[in-house]
Design a binder for this molecule. Sequence first.
Ligand code: NPW
Ligand code: K
Length: 501
Amino acid sequence: MRLEILTPEEMGSVDRKAVDAGPLDGYGLMQNAGAVVAAAILERFAEAEGFLVLCGPGNNGGDGYVVARLLVERGVQVRLFAETEPAAGSDAARARRACPVEPKSYSEFEPVERWLVVDALFGAGLSKPVEGREAAIIERVRTSGLPVVSIDLPSGVSGLTGKPLGAAFQADLTVTFFRKKPGHVLVPGRQMCGELLVADIGIAETTLNRAECKTWENHPALWRAALPEIGISAHKYSRGHVAVISGGATSTGAARLAARGAARAGAGAVTVLSPANALSVNAMHLTSIMLRRADTVEELEAFLSDRGPSGAVLGPGAGTGERTRSFARSLLDRAGAAGGLVFDADAITAFRGDPETLFAMIKASAAQVVLTPHEGEFGRLFPGLEDAPEVSKVERTREAAMRSGAAIVLKGPDTVVAAPDGRAAINVNATQHLATAGSGDVLSGIIAGLMAQTMPAFEAACAGIWLHAEAGRVFGRGLIAEDLPEMLPQVLQSQFPEHVR
Ligand SMILES: NC(=O)C1=CN([C@@H]2O[C@H](COP(=O)(O)OP(=O)(O)OC[C@H]3O[C@@H](n4cnc5c(N)ncnc54)[C@H](OP(=O)(O)O)[C@@H]3O)[C@@H](O)[C@H]2O)[C@@H](O)CC1
Ligand SMILES: [K+]
């Protein structure tokens, strides 16, 4: 599977390498790009009665001239609109000369019913906000309701961040080349592409140095090999033991959701560590999951020494006070006994005043640590890395992982997972139904459950995100957090039958 995601800059370097290696030059690649776009248009929009092609000044426009020529050669009606001539000597200028359709200016653009718009204004070279006459034509197309096929990217959407820079097209189909770019998978770019087609334009696979790729689309192919296998001689503790720290009497549900997630992800044993005042409420709701009292660090450490869990979840419902901070310190200190740690929710917020202390402890710890913030929690821990119009979610998450020493799961419709070594994955199978109270608690449990079975942090985080999203997707409408752990067996059995022997 082609899961690598290339920034526009990385794509440019692949492009240059492909041209250096031959046999195709830049103009040859442009011919192939135009050909795959024209073929996709004719196949998917056979009923279109004509084509309005909008060409920008660069090579994206160059692709547009090739598409216009190929459509004319098929005997269909084409009108072409361009404002700026391509630079003399460029591939786009050559494509412009070879195109038999004389361009009109943007001001002459008129939508025609049952025609289709081909958007070749800007692609990888978008360098500033789309304004003025380009913004006006995008607005005219939007109000016309005509279908739009975008070449490489919907013009106005940044290939790096997936965010619109000024005005931008909402496409029905986007055809990109060789590999996806971050802008195709991060939101809102993902929705603005419409259907996305990644086409081969004759760039050899060997042009891509796979070892240098650090960003992927999250998919089982990325981590399937690291999924825990259950041997026939397994016993409950050899399958991993997860400790989940519960909050007080009125906030225990989050810990139980995490515990259930860990158990359904395959951990052989799960223990909820509860304050004394919440023991009875936890006891009333737990059956296969064990329960032990832990109000103090001493009680936590006694448990860690006795039982040596291989994973732990701290944060859901835990409170943001000193108990949570001291438990975090203890878990990180005693990592030999606690293995893979997931810090979520309150365990993140508890360190908002002093994130550097947390990061220093994580870096000094032998534990593998995953932090699972949503945007609000992320902002509390990583000042300066908050969301901003020209910054990519992938780069923010990567920087946070390097700063903290933990694998970071920055949650959202396009959850990004990043590791301190620079690897990053963008998740694409989430569903809106996951936006429900307690959903994140289950996720932290699933990740801890996988880590407790010795799955490394980055892979466990990627797998956890994907399984959690898939459970939500399969369940669909009406989902509440309690349903997520209960969907996991079905997802695991249908997707990974070899892992349920
Ligand atoms: N990679 C590949 O394998 C292949 C790539 N191919 C194609 O090449 C495309 C990349 O081409 P590209 O580099 O020429 O950039 P492109 O997107 O045409 O824009 C640059 C021009 O637009 C201008 N401009 C930018 N923003 C603007 C704004 N808001 N408002 C106004 N102007 C703006 C910018 O101006 P400048 O920044 O120089 O001031 C410059 O003139 C790529 O997307 C793909 O379609 C294929 O042909 C074959 C193989
Ligand atoms: K475009």
